[in-house]
Design a protein around this ligand. Sequence first.
Ligand code: HEC
Ligand code: HEC
Ligand code: HEC
Length: 478
Amino acid sequence: MRKTHLLLSALLFGATLTGAHADDQMLIKRGEYLSRAGDCIACHTAEHGGKPYAGGYEFPMPMGTIISSNITPSKDFGIGHYSEADFNRAVREGVAPDGTRLYPAMPYTEYSKITDEDMHALYVYFMQGVAPVDAHPGEHTELKFPFNLPGVMRVWNALFLNTEQFKPDSNVSAEVNRGHYLVDGLAHCTSCHTPRNDMLAVDNSKYLQGAVVGGWYAPNLTSDPISGIGGWSNQELVQYLKTGHVEGKAQAGGGMAEAVQNSFQHLSDDDLNAIATYLKTVKPVRNPQQSSPSYAVEKAKAETSWEKLEFPIPDNAAPERHDNLSNVDGASLYSSACAACHTMSGEGTADQRIPSLTRNSAVGAELANNVVMAISQGIHRESQGEIASMPAFSADAEHITSSLTPAQIAAVTNYVMGQFGKGDPQLTAQDVMQIQAGGGSSFLIRNAATLAWSGIGIGVAVLLIILIFITERRRKQR
Ligand code: HEC
Ligand code: HEC
Ligand code: HEC
């Protein structure tokens, strides 16, 4: 009798244990999925073979270099000592357990929308599903004055951080709410596609209206059929997020290529459809200067008469052989550096996944950024088992096959956009260098140090707020 009882309780106990175990496994899986949706790995893994989540990814900013942290569960080097509350505070409010304020290179202003339930799954995944890496991510973040002052981020957060979690809107469908939650929160589309104000905070009055990030232009994603994605079908949007490529419309380069590769291609079809459905409900905003969608250029302008090229076709110079500096003829540069893939007529070859340059949102755009950046940095993307690869042509690019000077990049961009887009943007070498350098920096970064030192304007305002804040705190602590 007693034996049976023992046996029974052992069985029952075992059953609860496996039950708990299975629950944990499910939570870990869920957390892993959410971490993909949030693309934590992209920023928390060093380039060139860093260990997953071990940190060390560098963000060169005009105010210094920000370096991502080790977020593996290592007790000494990572976040192994974090309680769940610590984790929530770091991810949603940008405050580390020791009180240090994180810089908003970590998108906590978007992650603040994440629900408690999802935060719990993420925590369980990071504690139990990620291998600890016992090593420092290398350098520490070191910023220039005044950004290195401890109070700066406190003030910034007080001004710009909204710690409200996402609240579903009962007037719209569950699918639209799901899409909204992902776009504003975990998938943080807003952090690239919404412009930032002079203080580097996402400016929600220009929600998803398009912004320059690191030289690339993240286009308008509002539902406007001319300036936004109103003319895309949901299925095209899903395909773009999954593969980074929609023939006759657009392809993903720069940060979008990384996001597709690391994050969006792994999202479920339901989630991708929810994102597309939500984007279609975003209030349309049109650029008044624009009269047709960027992908809607049907035909090349005129046939280039290749026999009449003024310059001989250059031998594609290796970086150390800048012997073609004098050739700034766009058409001949195109024929030597680009036509082998995109063909002389610019049609590309669909079977080899070389895109046409007409019906191409980068070439038909109002801004030349994405053409300049694609030429300068190339395109490197792997998704759904397919590789998209265009070589980089800038002399300081990594995967360089042949190099073009800024003047040559300007010339070939002017040719490509004149021929296959909406018109010659008349870029100069100077414009190209500015785009390559990240395209105009914010007022705050350009002027903070000078203003703070010389005692006028915003710099002083910021310092004053900090001083008031610190004095207040001291007063309260006494
Ligand atoms: C766009 C880049 C980016 C993404 C995406 C990102 N992080 Fe971060 N994260 C950073 C940077 C940079 C820092 C360091 C900031 C600093 O030093 O002020 C950081 C810091 C942190 C910290 C603080 C660690 C510490 O104590 O120093 C945690 C925790 C963290 N991230 C978790 C996450 C999680 C979880 C995700 C995904 C849901 C994520 N991060 C996605 C860039 C990113
Ligand atoms: C790290 C920055 C970044 C993030 C995050 C990001 N994007 Fe992008 N996105 C870009 C850039 C840059 C481009 C332009 C790529 C190109 O043309 O090569 C782009 C292009 C696009 C395009 C093509 C638009 C066109 O007219 O060609 C769509 C659609 C898009 N993104 C949707 C999204 C959605 C939806 C999300 C979130 C789920 C998102 N993006 C997140 C940077 C980003
Ligand atoms: C080795 C073949 C190859 C060469 C050479 C090449 N490209 Fe590309 N190009 C590609 C591929 C592949 C893609 C991306 C396809 C994708 O993303 O699915 C691409 C994409 C582009 C895009 C779209 C960029 C974006 O962000 O959407 C432009 C514009 C472009 N190429 C212009 C050029 C120009 C100009 C040259 C010459 C300076 C050139 N390409 C040379 C293969 C090439």
